[in-house]
Ligand binder design. Structure first.
Ligand code: ZN
Length: 106
């Protein structure tokens, strides 16, 4: 996928591909190990734009609803473009007493 291509930073060091926190998101980016300069390749920028879209879609207050004898929350239909669909398995995990995450199982 991503071609190995060395890009030189203004400080003289070569940028390295690395998972980094960029604008609250953890993404793959090109980071200068010397001065900390961060930039994105076209592909990384597209991934970032998609992630930002997901963020806008998912960050909301939702209400717990009753489904049979269980409780449930609804997810936006547009989440399908990120791999969510009816019948899809998800993994839930407690992060704290009032916080948990939902991960799509691939
Ligand atoms: Zn640099």
């Amino acid at each position: 996928m991503a071609k190995e291509r060395k890009i030189k930073c203004d400080c003289g060091e070569f940028l390295a591909e690395k998972a980094t926190i960029f604008d609250h998101f953890e993404i793959e980016a090109l980071v200068c190990p010397k001065c900390g300069f961060v930039t994105l390749t076209k592909e990384q920028a597209q991934n970032y734009a998609k992630l930002k879209q997901l963020h806008q879609m998912m960050d909301a207050e939702r209400k717990i609803i009753k489904i049979g004898n269980s409780m449930g929350i609804t997810l936006p239909d547009a989440l399908q473009q990120f791999g969510a669909k009816i019948g899809k398995k998800v993994k839930t995990e407690a992060l704290g007493p009032k916080s948990f995450k939902v991960e799509l199982v691939s």
